[in-house]
Write a protein that binds this ligand. Structure first.
Ligand code: HEC
Ligand SMILES: [Cu+2]
Length: 345
């Protein structure tokens, strides 16, 4: 080997490894598959590393070979290339080795698929998750702890809450186009397909908030279609459920229900997020705790029914140039929706 080729043979893989380890360090706390926090990811991670190591080895051998040959056998005056045809041993090597590698990958993947796809054995609860442009809506199971006063069961948007350690089955559906449920540290990654149920399971090792992202391009708002998975210790989970149920009951109160229905039936729902409801819009600010805010859109204070009505009936009149349009509402609807927002503390 010439000294240049020798140096390249060391420098190229070294640079790749350095680049990769920097990436790993820089992203260690971010949602990615190699910080496993659940049974699924712990199972999948070794396969990831084996595939990665194999890919690096192939890269180094193939690209190394190309670089070496390009340098070693380059055109120089006085050199004539050796003329020959075929080399059975080489042909055999680069057919047999990749075939064995692919077979090996197939085997180690299949070994795990049964475990990964088994959403039933030992599952402690089932949550329905519906993907829609551009948020997820979660329906909790028909259990007493999720039961609302009106006899229905808790529904939540944006965040999915699970108890630590529990195997939770998630049934996926889609309201419009294909979405994909993926929380890298916990596992999963399954398409939500319109007109069909798919399922996966999750299990979190420790309490925490795990971020994910719709992993199937689903239109304009795709990048904002986040998945936030909260894993609670068991006792904490009971408290969370009780609070969420109490809040949902407040929303269902006849006093507030009418206004909520107005909100959900009009364009408001598409632009604003209210946790605990199906409103998952992201164009305007979140309104979950609007009544606890100091002002409306930075211009009207305090946040009360009167000011809410003033704002909602004609935002541009209150704040010229605002991005919130006038949504035509009857006086009764306007009144109801303002009363509804005024309880969101
Ligand atoms: C096209 C999207 C869109 C629609 C539809 C829409 N809003 Fe808004 N809304 C916004 C935007 C954007 C803002 C922020 C305006 C600003 O700060 O200038 C906003 C602000 C608000 C605020 C003040 C929020 C805060 O944090 O101060 C309230 C309350 C509100 N909207 C209620 C409603 C209601 C009720 C409806 C339905 C009748 C509605 N919005 C329809 C986009 C929308
Ligand atoms: Cu999506």
């Amino acid at each position: 080997m010439t000294s240049l080729a020798r140096r390249m043979a060391i420098a190229v893989p070294a640079a790749l490894i350095a680049l990769f380890s920097r990436t790993v360090v820089a992203h260690a706390d971010e949602p990615w598959v190699n910080a496993p926090a659940g049974a699924l990811t712990r199972e999948i991670q070794p396969v990831y590393w084996i595939l990665f190591a194999a890919a690096v080895a192939v890269l180094v051998i193939v690209d190394g070979g190309i670089i070496y040959s390009a340098l070693r056998f380059r055109d120089r005056p006085g050199h004539v290339a050796k003329q020959f045809h075929g080399h059975n041993m080489l042909e055999l090597t680069w057919t047999v080795i990749p075939t064995m590698m692919v077979l090996f990958f197939t085997v180690i993947s299949f070994q795990r698929l049964q475990f990964i796809n088994d959403t039933r054995t030992g599952a402690q609860m089932t949550i329905q998750a519906e993907g829609r442009q551009w948020s997820w809506v979660y329906q909790y199971p028909n259990e007493d702890r999720f039961k609302l006063k009106d006899g229905t069961y808790l529904v939540g948007a944006e965040e999915i809450h699970v108890p630590v350690g529990a195997k939770v089955r998630i049934e996926l559906s889609a309201a419009d186009v294909i979405h994909d449920f993926f929380v890298p540290q916990i596992g999963g990654k399954k398409d939500a397909v319109p007109g069909r149920k798919t399922e996966l399971w999750v299990q979190a090792d420790r309490a925490g908030v795990y971020k994910g992202q719709c992993a199937e391009f689903c239109g304009d708002g795709h990048a904002d279609m986040l998945i936030v998975l909260h894993a609670h210790e068991e006792s904490d989970y009971a408290k969370w459920a009780a609070d969420a149920v109490a809040f949902a009951d407040l929303l269902n109160d006849p006093e507030t229900k009418r206004g909520r229905d107005v909100f959900m039936a009009n364009a408001c729902v598409g632009c604003h997020l209210i946790r605990g409801t199906q409103a998952g819009g992201r164009v305007g600010p979140e309104l979950t705790r609007i009544a606890s805010k100091a002002d409306i859109a930075g211009v009207l204070r305090p946040v009360d029914v009167e000011n809410l009505k003033r704002w909602i009936s004609n935002p541009p009149a209150v704040k010229p140039g605002t991005a919130m349009p006038v949504v035509p509402l009857s006086p009764e609807d306007l009144d109801a929706v303002a009363k509804f927002l005024a309880v969101l503390k």
